[in-house]
Design a protein around this ligand. Structure first.
Ligand SMILES: [Zn+2]
Length: 195
């Protein structure tokens, strides 16, 4: 397993193989409430029994092998958002924390079920973004030259590019595709019918 060190600075350059959605400050500026660098790098707070009960009351517990989906508010990409001490935390991170007794600080908490709102600890594992990519690759989600995009991704890419302050290659890194893919989306050579 590859160990990475999370940057503590405000350098907007995306560091190597870190999970971009969690660590690149520029992404946080562009996307609304994606889990931030702060959440990824700072320790999870101590939780009282009342906090813990409140947390699980928002999870739709099913059978041990099923997905336990978060029933309250989510981040834009579908991960559950749990509010505690005036901050918000990824619900799946809290679920992992409570079940394992280990703060996953500095690591991505990945879903073996690929279902972002899922909080079933049996479906969660920790890894670096690199592991995450390898996992996606193993599942065939990373295709030749990058990830398969959907219409919603295409709309977001065009919107972000239009808003400025972002390069095609950065959008490529965000969405796991090449700069060329992004260019074709922006010039409408690809996905011409998506508005
Ligand atoms: Zn699941």
């Amino acid at each position: 397993m590859v160990q990475v060190t999370f940057l503590q600075s405000n350098n907007p350059t995306r560091p190597g193989n870190l999970c971009l959605h969690h660590t690149w400050p520029g992404w946080g500026l562009l996307q609304e409430q994606v889990m931030s660098k702060q959440i990824q790098t700072s320790p999870l707070p101590t939780m009282s029994q009342k906090d813990i009960d409140r947390f699980w009351s928002m999870v739709s517990k099913q059978g041990s092998g099923d997905c336990w989906e978060w029933t309250a508010g989510t981040y834009r990409r579908g991960y559950g958002a749990f509010h505690l001490n005036n901050r918000s935390f990824g619900a799946h991170r809290i679920a992992y924390y409570l079940a394992m007794g280990i703060d996953p600080q500095g690591l991505c908490v990945c879903h073996s079920c690929d279902n972002p709102p899922c909080c079933n600890p049996a479906h969660l594992w920790t890894g670096t973004h690199l592991d995450n990519n390898l996992d996606m690759k193993a599942k065939g989600r990373l295709e030749q030259g990058g990830r398969k995009l959907n219409e919603s991704d295409v709309r977001t890419i065009r919107k972000l590019y239009k808003a400025g302050n972002v390069f095609e290659r950065e959008l490529g890194a965000m969405f796991g595709v090449t700069q060329k893919n992004i260019s074709h989306i922006i010039t409408r050579r690809n996905w011409p019918n998506v508005n």
